[in-house]
Ligand binder design. Structure first.
Ligand SMILES: *Cc1c(COP(=O)(O)O)cnc(C)c1O
Length: 390
């Protein structure tokens, strides 16, 4: 069902009951399917075996909710998590008391106590940063671990391969505190990109010198580049949340997000009239428009507007795919429902903006971005429902 006349029926049977008062007034209902996330993790894990499958839950688990996602993935068997910041590491620790938690933004000398307190592991990408971490460990007596990140060509974070060579004597001596050596792929979603082969070769060379230290290279898309990209640990993020890691082929991942918003008004617009800011959408026939309660302030990018000469994004209304009509506003947008049978949709009904075949990758195309940004932009005004809570 894409239309729900009673907002209470939006709630899935296995979901945690949302606040009924908020649900009555909400402009939209965002359902996050934790079982689908767990199933996606299992899919990636089975592709990566015998490598360990970690999970990247930075940026509030790509907008899906870090505590809920982490908790669910622990139940699915995930033992290693990556976050960007210390605050995220604290939230991950609360949800995953025994897991290894790596902080991608690395170590700052005033953060030692915070790392020690939650036993988080910085991802270190600079010799100066490593020295600060060593000083903290020496002065505090804390026996923590860290990852070493090596730059194999992306030129973002990471030690140069030459700097990494300088660490090899330390690795050989043992008792070095390094629990992971890693690098990051710049173009993994492009199967034939020559940088992939260069990066995997450079990483293999340096990782082989870090004997006894587990190695990690692949993000979501890297897992699909072949087993020689897997090493000991893979680090998927986006694919867990339903973004297609193989954009050149059909997605092997399950959809995770469903977003329904409410019809505020339905109106008739005669042929030749325009709708919305700037009057840049013109009715080519006598039209019926549904005004719904979401806009660019809810993370639905204005770039997806339907204007004369450009077909914008689409929504599912009573089982029909309908195009947007006119500029997306801050809190509202307009859908051309002329082809939906009269009476099939009324004021107060819900329409589907994401789900029922409309995926985050399709929206990303209309937004002029990637599925990652669609997810991390998801609005904060919607009521959130978690399906399949662990
Ligand atoms: C974000 C991130 C990942 C996850 O990448 P996806 O493309 O979302 O799978 C893995 N490793 C590092 C270093 C990252 O920053």
């Amino acid at each position: 069902m894409t239309i729900l006349s009673d907002p209470k029926t939006v709630s899935e049977s296995s979901a945690r009951a949302p606040d009924a008062r908020t649900l009555e007034a909400t402009p939209g209902v965002l359902t996050i399917d934790l079982d689908a996330i767990a199933a996606n993790w299992k899919t990636l894990e089975s592709r990566a075996i015998p490598a360990e499958c970690a999970a990247v839950v930075k940026a509030d688990a790509y907008g899906c909710g870090l505590p809920q996602v982490t908790h669910r993935l622990v139940a699915a068997g995930c033992k290693t998590f990556f976050v960007a910041t210390l605050d995220e590491a604290k939230a991950a620790r609360a949800a995953a008391p025994k897991a290894a938690i790596y902080v991608l933004d690395g170590f700052f000398s005033n953060c030692g106590d915070a790392f020690a307190k939650i036993d988080a592991r910085p991802v270190i990408g600079d010799l100066g940063e490593l020295a600060e971490w060593d000083v903290f460990r020496r002065t505090s007596g804390w026996i923590g671990s860290a990852a070493i990140q090596i730059d194999t060509g992306m030129h973002r974070l990471g030690l140069t391969p030459e700097d990494a060579q300088a660490l090899i004597p330390r690795i050989r001596k043992g008792d070095h505190g390094i629990s992971l050596v890693m690098s990051h792929l710049a173009s993994a979603e492009q199967l034939g990109h020559p940088a992939n082969a260069r990066q995997v070769a450079a990483f293999r060379e340096i990782a082989s010198e870090f004997s006894g230290v587990p190695a990690s290279l692949a993000n979501s898309s890297g897992i699909f580049l072949g087993s020689h990209f897997h090493f000991d640990v893979v680090r998927p993020g986006a694919a867990l949340y339903g973004v297609n890691p193989t954009p050149e082929a059909d997605s092997p991942m399950q959809a995770v997000i469903n977003l329904k918003v409410r019809v505020e008004q339905i109106r008739n617009v005669p042929k030749g009239e325009t709708a919305g800011y700037g009057g840049i959408w013109t009715a080519r026939r006598d039209s019926r428009l549904a005004i719904v309660t979401a806009g660019y302030a809810d993370g639905y990018f204005r770039a997806a507007s339907g204007v004369d000469g450009t077909r914008g994004a689409e929504a599912m209304v009573a089982g029909h795919r309908c195009p947007l009509a006119g500029r997306i506003s801050m809190d509202l947008m307009t859908i051309d429902i002329t082809d939906v049978p009269h009476g099939a949709v009324r004021r107060g009904h819900f329409v589907t903006l994401i789900g029922d075949g409309i995926g985050v990758d399709e929206l990303a195309h209309h937004f002029g971005t990637i599925g990652y940004e669609v997810l991390t932009s998801l609005g904060r005004r919607y009521v959130r429902i978690y399906k399949g809570e662990a």
